[in-house]
Design a protein around this ligand. Structure first.
Ligand code: ADP
Length: 446
């Protein structure tokens, strides 16, 4: 097992990884920018190394600085966390070339899944259903027009290198194709430095269902069930729940084992998430994330398995040591992503936390790096806390969540806590009756 792990990330996820390492008896090194000198992970880690100024590209994306920090501190392995370099194949390669273990999949798998066209080809080649769409990249307006006519309207134009819902545009009819195509391309170029796009049928009322898998690289693969992440704003997840209210045990078994078998056939190693859209009883693969997910705690709550610990174990070469039949699902879990944003306009709201009180009690977990007096810096993602609730049934979980939201105090900045209180009170949410467009439709009705 590793003796020292370098955490190349920040915020709640750096703290989450630090916690898993401590429990495993592994020392931690946290790298940070000058804006994060007072971060909780920096305070708690065994060692901390400043790797640059606030801007991500000069610090959290600065590969030479991170590798130097790993060298001078004598780390054995690097955990990339979520975002930043977590899905950068070149980083994974360089980490290994410099003699450190990369806590994640192989560079080859990151590369395939990071290219959404290659990803769809890879998984459909081994039998997973994908959203009907273009045969690879679409490179001209004329080709986009012909392909859209073939697929039927509305169509979605998506960035091949996409992530975070960027570079995605809908064309509702033939007249909208040209402008949607050029907008998707320029947004993709600006966000990812790659203007390659492809096209898919735009599904009208799907749910976003994803499967958590874990593979040890020795041929053993399991899945930890599904998550419903349909409550989204601008293609970004807001609330997630496990197990999904819309699926029965048979449908779950089917898609879970299909996903696990796909990972096995691809020779995958590490944790990963296969994302699907689910409509009228059918699953369509959209992408695979080759890393930990923000919403991984809800899976931990219903399985009792520490996914970061498992991630570290398999990166160190350990075999899984259990099988699919050993994994049990208990109760229900919901996560609310709390952002430092205005709950109505979603304008970013960084600044000093005057008062912080996390809810507690049975079945409540708060993953956050906030504390009284901490200043949320304006340079990074706005996620500041995850409220994760577990209950024996979905009803109990909802009751606890309502109570926990009432108890949660974050003063000094605006947060999306009031939005969550409002959403979970909606009858549709209580009924588990929502799709990926539900939240935006609700907000439009305001
Ligand atoms: P990203 O990598 O940017 O997150 P995804 O391919 O995972 O992109 O899609 C993000 C979200 O966009 C999905 O959860 C879903 O809400 C929406 N979406 C993606 N593809 C389609 C589609 N073909 N039809 C309808 N909605 C889609």
């Amino acid at each position: 097992m590793f003796e020292k792990v370098l955490i190349a990330n920040r915020g709640e996820i750096a703290l989450r990884i630090h916690r898993a390492c401590r429990e495993m008896g592994i020392s931690t090194v946290v790298v940070h920018s000058t804006a994060d000198e007072d971060a909780m992970a920096v305070r708690l880690a065994d060692e901390a190394v400043c790797i640059g100024p606030p801007k991500s590209r000069d610090s959290y994306l600065n590969i030479p600085a991170i590798l130097s920090a790993a060298t001078i501190t004598g780390a054995d392995a690097i955990h990339p966390g979520i975002g930043f370099l977590a899905e950068n194949a070149q980083f994974a390669e360089m980490v290994e070339e410099h003699g450190f273990a990369f806590i994640g999949p192989t560079a080859e798998h990151i590369r395939i899944m990071g290219d959404k066209i290659a990803a769809k080809e890879a998984v459909s080649g081994v039998g997973l259903p994908v959203v009907p769409g273009s045969d690879g990249a679409v490179t001209s307006v004329e080709a986009a027009q012909t392909t859209a006519d073939e697929i039927g309207y509305p169509v979605l134009i998506k960035a091949t290198a996409g992530g975070g819902g960027r570079g995605m545009k809908i064309a509702n009819n033939a007249g909208e194709v040209a402008s949607a195509f050029s907008m998707a391309r320029s947004e993709a170029k600006a966000a990812f430095g790659d203007d390659s796009v492809y096209m898919e049928r735009y599904l009208g009322r799907p749910r976003h269902i994803e499967i958590q898998i874990l593979a040890d690289g020795h041929g053993n693969v399991v899945h930890f069930g599904e998550r419903d992440c349909s409550v989204q704003r601008r293609h970004q997840k807001v609330i997630e729940e496990a197990l999904p209210p819309a699926l029965n045990a048979e449908q779950r078994d089917l898609i879970g084992s299909l996903a696990a078998r796909t990972a096995q056939k691809l020779g995958y190693r590490g944790v990963g998430t296969m994302e699907f859209l689910y409509e009228d009883g059918e699953f369509f693969f959209i992408e695979m994330n080759t890393r930990l997910q923000v919403e991984h705690p809800i899976t931990e709550m219903i399985t009792g398995i520490d996914l970061v610990r498992e991630q570290i174990r398999v990166a160190a070469g350990a075999p899984l040591g259990y099988e699919q039949s050993d994994i049990e699902f208990n109760g229900h879990s919901i996560e609310c992503r709390v952002n430092a944003e205005d709950p109505e306009t979603f304008a970013p709201s960084p600044g000093r936390i005057r008062s912080f009180h996390a809810p507690g009690g049975l079945g409540i977990r708060v993953d956050s790096a906030l504390y009284d007096g901490y200043s949320v810096p304006p340079y990074y993602d706005s996620l500041i806390a995850k409220l994760i609730v577990h209950g024996a049934t979905r009803n109990e979980c909802l009751m606890r969540l309502r109570r926990a939201l009432e108890e949660f105090v974050i003063e000094g900045i605006s947060t999306t806590l009031p939005l969550h209180a409002r959403l979970i009170a909606e009858q549709d949410f209580v009924n588990g009756d929502y799709d990926i467009h539900w939240l935006e439709k609700l907000m439009q009705g305001d």
